[in-house]
Design a protein around this ligand. Structure first.
Ligand code: ADP
Ligand code: MG
Length: 567
């Protein structure tokens, strides 16, 4: 049996704890949400491991969370009979910061105590939130499958180090006991705890139980009081939010649920909740966040949809449930058809999953269309600035929905400084006789606006769209036309303005080309390794010369990108 050992927190944890214990909190009560969510995760993990090892349930198959308090000892305890922690797991998981949400939080710290304290309230910092209200936390646990003598006790005052020792613990699972600070004694109240649980944890599918209270009449003229009994009652709804009828769920409940699954502090822009019936049955609850995650551009990560099968949690980040260009969407899919032991590999091949992915894609596109068509465009603009660029990947990735996606794109242009122009808007403003939608690609809007290639278009009053996202060049390669009108880069080949170019101009250009023949021949000779052709152009008004690429050739912007990438 191991001796009691004292260990130091990882430096980042120490820093975080210092902040937690030395700041004022606008939103203290979030500690309960964090600890209940850990208890619920621990039960999900047990349920999942028990699919293959049913013996892990021992003699306690009914998973639940119990919240209790002891007014005399001034303690509050959150206990679960989930997976539990081994001694090593307690050291690793309660002494370091592993989770990405907390890391993101750390990255946002400003050093300004007041602002940072507010951030804690919004983010929650997981287990360490307990130190907002406690000056000492005792965790006792035993991992499912280990012997009673292999339990662990972890104790810390949140000041740089923690103690661990081996204990004997008959029950599986974890209990977290908070020794409340003097300014947090108001949490020793059933009413208060119930109201916090109702606010943040109602959607948790596990029962959260508290001791029943009983009214005891006062004796000999003393006032009566509530006393705790030994009987437990469930105080939350204890049904997973997505399984409830839509009409019974308030917007606040959806928002709290979103925050709980996404570790986001801002409410989502939009959500959709549906029970899909037919050959593949599933429930979908999907959210569009209000801001992009830090790793949005990492195409391998950041899938945000959790997969459940008949309410059993199967996996986080199930990337097979949505195409990669919708990887910013968060939510839950609960399938009635998939086998409980489904693996990531199986998901890739399943026909049910293919149907779910298609259904999800359609729903998400509808959600975005609704934002686009709303009277108030604020949300759609927010969507564009956060996710507009990633949505464009869909042009190359999702042929079936290419038209729907193209309709949702917005650009800045020679006629609009803000990225609000759709292809349809552009078409509506086309000059008579104009045969193409013109665009210019550049690193920035300023560079696009100053491009010499635009001169003739400005002169003629023809609008040109600015393509300034990194993905534009690649994505536009998949779109030759919009609603019957071809897309044409102003930097490619001979710009043929068609009937917009008047005959006199054409003749002048031809005559000029004639008379410049000797000069052109010399230039061609001098530039023979650098340019494939030199010709007289009508596209310039003020600039003496510009580079263009041949029709079908790589554009300058793409060539520059490839050069940057060392190609
Ligand atoms: P997160 O829940 O996002 O992983 P937390 O700070 O809330 O981060 O918890 C850190 C880790 O501590 C968890 O990932 C888990 O491994 C462990 N843990 C916390 N509470 C419990 C619990 N009740 N039962 C089992 N493990 C727990
Ligand atoms: Mg947690």
């Amino acid at each position: 049996m191991s001796q009691k050992q004292t260990l130091s927190f990882q430096a980042e944890v120490a820093q975080l704890l210092h902040l937690v214990t030395h700041s004022l909190y606008s939103n203290k009560e979030i500690f309960l949400r964090e600890l209940i969510s850990n208890a619920s995760d621990a039960c999900d993990k047990l349920r999942f491991e028990a699919l293959h090892h049913p013996e892990l349930y021992e003699d306690a198959p009914n998973l639940e969370v119990r919240v209790s308090y002891d007014p005399a000892a001034k303690t509050l305890t959150i206990a679960d009979n989930g997976i539990g922690l081994s001694e090593q797991e307690a050291i690793d998981n309660l002494g370091t910061i592993a989770k990405s949400g907390t890391r993101e939080f750390m990255g946002r710290l400003s050093g300004d105590q007041k602002a940072d304290a507010q951030l804690i309230g919004q983010f929650g910092v997981g287990f360490y939130s307990g130190f907002i209200v406690a000056d000492r936390i005792t965790v006792e646990s035993r991992r499912a499958g280990l012997k009673p003598e292999e339990g662990v006790r972890w104790v810390s005052t949140g000041a740089g180090d923690f103690e661990v020792e081996t204990i004997t613990r008959a029950q599986r699972g974890t209990s977290v006991t908070l020794h409340l600070r003097d300014d947090a004694l108001d949490y020793l109240s059933s009413w208060k705890l119930k109201s916090i649980i109702g606010k943040y944890s109602d959607h948790i599918s596990l029962p959260i139980a508290m001791r029943k209270e009983e009214w005891k009449e006062g004796e000999e003229g003393k006032p009566g009081e509530h006393v705790l009994t030994d009987e437990w009652e469930t105080v939350n709804q204890a049904t997973a939010l997505w399984t409830r009828p839509k009409k019974d769920i308030t917007p606040e409940q959806y928002q709290e649920f979103y925050k709980a699954i996404s570790h986001d502090y801002e409410p989502p822009l939009a959500w959709t909740h549906n029970r899909v019936e037919g050959s593949t049955e599933y429930t979908q609850l999907l959210f569009i966040p209000a801001h992009a995650p830090v790793d949005l551009w990492n195409r391998d990560k950041a899938a945000g949809v959790k997969l459940y099968v008949k309410r059993v949690f199967i996996m986080d980040e199930a990337e097979a449930l949505l195409p990669s260009y919708l990887r910013f969407v968060k939510g839950v899919i609960d399938s009635a058809d998939l086998p409980l032991n489904v693996s990531r590999e199986l998901l890739q091949e399943s026909r049910d999953v293919k149907a779910i992915r298609e259904g999800n894609t359609r729903r998400v596109l509808s959600m975005i269309e609704e934002l686009a068509n709303a009277e108030d465009k604020t949300k759609f603009q927010k969507f564009q600035s956060e996710f507009g660029a990633v949505l464009k990947e869909g042009l190359g990735e999702d042929f079936g929905n290419r038209e729907r996606i193209a309709k949702l794109l917005r650009f800045a242009s020679t006629a609009s400084d803000t990225a609000t122009v759709s292809f349809a808007d552009y078409k509506g403003r086309m000059k008579e006789g104009q045969e193409a939608i013109y665009y210019v690609t550049a690193d920035s809007q300023a560079a696009a606006a100053n491009s010499p290639q635009l001169e003739i278009f400005r002169k003629k009053g023809i609008e040109v769209l600015y393509m300034t996202d990194r993905v534009d060049e690649w994505a536009l390669g998949f779109v030759n036309e919009f609603d019957g009108t071809p897309l044409q880069s102003v930097a490619k080949g001979q710009v043929d303005l068609g009937t917009l170019q008047d005959e006199a101009e054409k003749r002048a250009a031809e005559e000029a080309a004639e008379s410049f023949q000797p000069v052109l021949a010399k230039l061609k000779e001098a530039l023979k390794d650098k340019a494939s052709d030199v010709r007289v152009t009508t596209r310039l008004v003020d600039s003496p010369a510009c580079l263009v690429v041949t029709e079908g050739g790589m554009s300058l912007q793409l060539a520059r990108l490839l050069k940057q990438a060392g190609q």
